[in-house]
Design a protein around this ligand. Structure first.
Ligand SMILES: [Zn+2]
Length: 490
């Protein structure tokens, strides 16, 4: 028992002694009385730390400057302003290495180079503005021009600038204006080397056009590929494929097996707006007239005259944004070849009280005759545009039901704005969107060619047009299969 206590006491004593030694060591350390000669480094009057070697810090700063000069190919790199090094005598124990102090300065204030800060204010106020740093203003101008030339050929831009655009003989286009839709401000100043600084024109062009600097997406051409098929397989319209691959001038250009083509989607940071005076030929849709013949059996019909599409020459004012038509005004129309109406004779003779359906003939065009198709059914930068965009007949012009049927939707909602869906007997549904007014309501039956509304730009529409959709066996944007509305008129 006693032995145990003795051992315990001895242990306590040993621990106490150890603590005492530690306290003595600490005591001596805290009350060091020998002052030290150090360099105190200040940044904007605030002490950053002490160093022993002033020259070593200066060497770090010089090396950093040299490295940045080489990186950006500039004569001058500016060290952070407000750095001050003063010799002093201190009792403070802590001395940092020159490298530590150099890093602390860099964290607080970056090295800078003289350059330009370019601010691009988006046209949509909800989007954040984008800043781009460059050292050379002309380089930015050249990159911006390359973006413009993705949508307008360099020859067209040159002719526009030099006022040497060829006159329109029959059909063609004269550019009236090219501009960027965003506010771009350029300010000279000191650019932090911590931020991205564009020194490569190609890289900047890519950033302006694709909205990022991700790796390019390539496709290797295989036997049997065409520009149309590759574009379609990668959810691009053919025109979009040509934007991404400016070395091709048309969809008819030949491809060679093994050739690499770009298939990435662009998302331009700027909107290139082109306003033009354009004269173009467009097929005019023939109409079908039905004659009823009581001497023919019901359910039978014969074509008396075959319909033939004509050609209209439209003089228009077109506005395109990044290659897509957003506004169309038809100034005048000239009939080059008149269309020939199709005449169908339909029998109405009924036997023994059975009723056979009266054929409705073909489909009616949903707008008045002067129109311009600003966007066809197909891919637009990765998404299917499930409709025909028909423009040119103007705000408030009548919209007609393409066929007889029942109105199943009539509302002003979402991106489609004022829209109507008609269910037809043969499994088809037609959709009419962005209208300025609706004249029919749900449950109502409509005749083919009956006016159901007026053209407008409600919902998500950049210009006045009819978004005309065709669906099979189900509702638009739900269970229906989207189909090209042009099939109704072929
Ligand atoms: Zn549309």
């Amino acid at each position: 028992m006693i032995k145990v206590i003795k051992t315990g006491l001895l242990y306590v004593f040993a621990v106490a002694l150890a603590i005492g030694i530690v306290m003595v060591v600490n005591f001596a350390d805290r009350y060091q009385i020998k002052p030290k000669e150090v360099y105190k480094v200040y940044l904007d009057g605030k002490s950053i730390g002490n160093i022993n070697d002033k020259e070593e810090l200066e060497k770090y700063i010089n090396d950093e400057q040299k490295e940045l000069k080489e990186k950006y190919l500039v004569d001058k790199v500016y060290i952070p302003t407000g750095v001050d090094i003063q010799k002093c005598t201190t009792y403070e124990k802590q001395v940092l290495t020159a490298k530590q102090v150099h890093n602390l300065i860099k964290e607080e204030k970056p090295f800078t180079v003289k350059g330009y800060k370019i601010t691009i204010k988006p046209s949509d106020e909800n989007e954040e503005k984008i800043t781009i740093n460059v050292l050379d203003k002309e380089m930015f101008d050249r990159a911006l021009r390359s973006v413009v030339e993705a949508f307008v050929s360099s020859e067209q831009v040159k002719n526009y600038e030099n006022d040497t655009q060829p006159e329109i003989k029959d059909t063609g286009s004269i550019i009236e204006e090219i501009y960027i839709n965003q506010d771009i401000t350029i300010k000279q100043g000191y650019i932090s080397t911590d931020e991205q600084i564009f020194t490569d024109e190609k890289l900047l062009t890519k950033f302006l056009l694709f909205g990022d600097l991700d790796e390019d997406e390539y496709y290797t051409v295989k036997e049997g590929d065409t520009i149309d098929s590759i574009a379609y397989d990668h959810k691009l319209a053919t025109a979009e494929f040509l934007v991404v691959n400016p070395e091709f001038t048309s969809a008819n250009n030949l491809l060679s097996v093994g050739q690499q083509v770009k298939v990435g989607l662009i998302a331009p940071i700027v909107d290139v707006v082109v306003e033009s005076h354009t004269v173009l030929d467009q097929e005019s849709q023939y109409k079908t007239t039905t004659e009823y013949d009581p001497s023919m059996n019901a359910g039978t019909q014969t074509v008396v005259v075959e319909g033939q599409n004509g050609i209209d020459r439209l003089t228009t004012k077109l506005k395109t944004v990044n290659g897509e038509t957003t506004n169309v005004v038809i100034v005048s129309t000239e009939v080059i070849t008149p269309s020939v109406d199709k005449v169908v004779k339909v029998g109405t003779k009924v036997y023994g009280g059975s009723r056979a359906p009266i054929m409705s003939g073909s489909w009616a065009w949903p707008t008045i005759a002067q129109y311009y198709i600003s966007s066809y059914f197909g891919y637009r930068w990765g998404k299917v545009h499930e409709a025909l965009d028909i423009a040119g007949s103007g705000e408030g012009s009548p919209i007609f039901a393409a066929g007889a049927g029942t109105v199943v939707t009539s509302q002003n909602k979402g991106s489609l704005g004022n829209h109507i869906t008609i269910k037809h007997d043969n499994g088809y549904y037609t959709l009419y969107a962005h209208m300025s007014s609706r004249l029919v309501s749900v449950g109502q039956t409509v005749e083919k060619g009956q006016q159901i509304g007026t053209m407008g730009h409600t919902g998500f529409a950049t210009g006045t047009h009819l978004h005309f959709g065709l669906y099979y066996n189900g509702m638009p944007y739900r269970d229906g299969t989207p189909m090209d509305p042009m099939i109704l008129y072929r």
